[in-house]
Design a protein around this ligand. Structure first.
Ligand code: NAG
Ligand code: NAG
Ligand code: NAG
Ligand code: NAG
Ligand code: NAG
Length: 276
C-alpha cells in the first residue's frame, strides 16, 4: 500500500512533467512564430475610405537557399475571390488574371523585395476591399504565407472653433457612426450636444458643441470613437480667442494573435506562481 506521502510525491512528479510539457509546447509555438519565413507586423490594419493603405508582409531572405532572391514569387489573394489581387514572379508583376476590383490600384515596393518586403500598397480603399487577404511568398528552399484582415472605416480629425461661450468640433468624415465624449482635467465628463449629418454615401459629418464657462484657459479633450477608430483631440484655449489643437489616432481592431502572444508571455509567470 502506497502511503499518502508517496501518492502526493508521485502526483507532484506527474504534475511537474505535465506542466513542463505544456511550457515546452508554448515555447515551441512562440519560437516557430518568430522563425517563420513570412510575417506581418500588422494583421488587422484599418484603411481610411478613399485613401491608400499598406498591407504589411515581410519574408526572411536569409532563409532562401543561397539567398537567391531573384526567383522570389509573391501572391496576394483575398478570401472569396478566385482571381489574385496581385502576383509577382520572374522579377515582374504578372497581372493578366488580376481581379478587376483591384485593377490600377495595387503595387508592391519592387526595390524593397530583395530585402524581404512583400507589402502591398492598395490605393483608394473602398468598402468592398474589407476582408481577409493572404500574402504568400515562395522561393528556393522556403515558402510561407500570412493572412491579414483589412478593415475599412472613414475617419478625420476635427477642426475646432470657439465663440465667447462655446467650443465646437467638426469632423467631416466618419464611418461607422461614432460617439463623441468631452472631458476636462483628469477625465471629468462634460455635457455637449452632438449632431450627425449623413451624406448620400452613408458617411457621417460630426458636429459637437460644448458650452464654455467665461474666461477659460483649459485644455479640453474630445474623443470621437467608433468600433474601429479612436481619435483623441486636445484643444487648448488661451486668452479670449486663442486655440490650438492636435489629434492622435488609435485603432480598435486588435487581432486574436496579439492576445495570444500576451498569453504566451504570462504563461511562464503563472507557472512559476503555481510552483512557489
Ligand atoms: C515596405 O516598403 C514600404 C515602402 O518603403 C514601406 O512603407 C513598408 O513599411 C515596408 N514594409 C515592410 C514590412 O518592411
Ligand atoms: C447634462 O445635460 C442633461 C440634459 O440636458 C442634464 O439633465 C444634466 O444635468 C446635465 N449634466 C451636467 C453635469 O451638466
Ligand atoms: C444615411 O443616408 C443614406 C442615404 O441617404 C440612408 O440610406 C441611410 O439609411 C442613412 N443612415 C443613417 C444611419 O441614417
Ligand atoms: C462609444 O463607441 C465605442 C465603440 O463603438 C464603444 O465601445 C463605447 O462604449 C461607446 N461609448 C459610449 C459612451 O457610448
Ligand atoms: C488666461 O491666460 C491669459 C494669457 O495667458 C491671461 O491673461 C488670463 O488672465 C488667463 N485667464 C484665466 C481665467 O486664467
Amino acid at each position: 500500500m502506497a502511503s499518502i506521502g508517496q501518492i502526493i510525491f508521485w502526483s507532484m512528479i506527474v504534475l511537474i512533467f505535465v506542466m513542463a510539457g505544456f511550457i515546452i509546447l508554448l515555447l515551441a509555438i512562440a519560437f516557430s512564430r518568430s522563425q517563420s519565413f513570412v510575417q506581418s507586423s500588422d494583421q488587422s490594419p484599418v484603411g481610411n475610405l478613399g485613401q491608400d493603405v499598406v498591407l504589411n508582409c515581410k519574408f526572411n531572405p536569409k532563409l532562401i537557399t543561397g539567398m537567391q532572391t531573384n526567383d522570389v514569387s509573391i501572391t496576394w489573394t483575398k478570401a472569396g475571390l478566385t482571381r489574385p489581387v496581385y502576383r509577382y514572379q520572374n522579377q515582374a508583376a504578372q497581372l493578366q488574371d488580376q481581379d478587376p476590383q483591384f485593377k490600377g490600384r495595387t503595387q508592391l515596393f519592387p526595390d524593397a523585395i530583395a530585402g524581404g518586403n512583400a507589402s502591398l500598397l492598395l490605393q483608394r480603399v473602398s468598402m468592398v476591399d474589407e476582408g481577409v487577404y493572404q500574402c504568400s511568398v515562395s522561393a528556393s528552399g522556403a515558402s510561407g504565407s500570412v493572412s491579414i484582415h483589412l478593415w475599412v472605416a472613414a475617419y478625420s480629425s476635427p477642426t475646432f472653433s470657439r465663440s465667447m461661450t462655446t467650443l465646437t468640433a467638426e469632423a467631416p468624415r466618419w464611418f461607422p457612426k461614432p460617439n463623441v465624449t468631452w472631458t476636462v482635467y483628469q477625465g471629468d465628463v462634460l455635457n455637449a450636444s452632438t449632431e450627425f449629418f449623413n451624406n448620400s454615401a452613408g458617411i457621417f459629418t460630426v458636429v459637437s458643441t460644448l458650452k464654455l464657462p467665461a474666461h477659460t484657459n483649459e485644455t479640453y479633450t474630445c474623443v470621437i470613437e467608433n468600433t474601429l477608430v479612436v481619435a483623441v483631440s486636445q484643444a487648448t484655449l488661451t486668452g479670449d480667442s486663442g486655440l490650438t489643437a492636435s489629434t492622435d489616432y488609435s485603432f480598435n481592431s486588435a487581432t486574436p494573435s496579439r492576445r495570444y502572444l500576451h498569453l504566451l508571455l504570462i504563461a511562464p509567470l503563472l507557472y512559476s506562481y503555481f510552483l512557489t
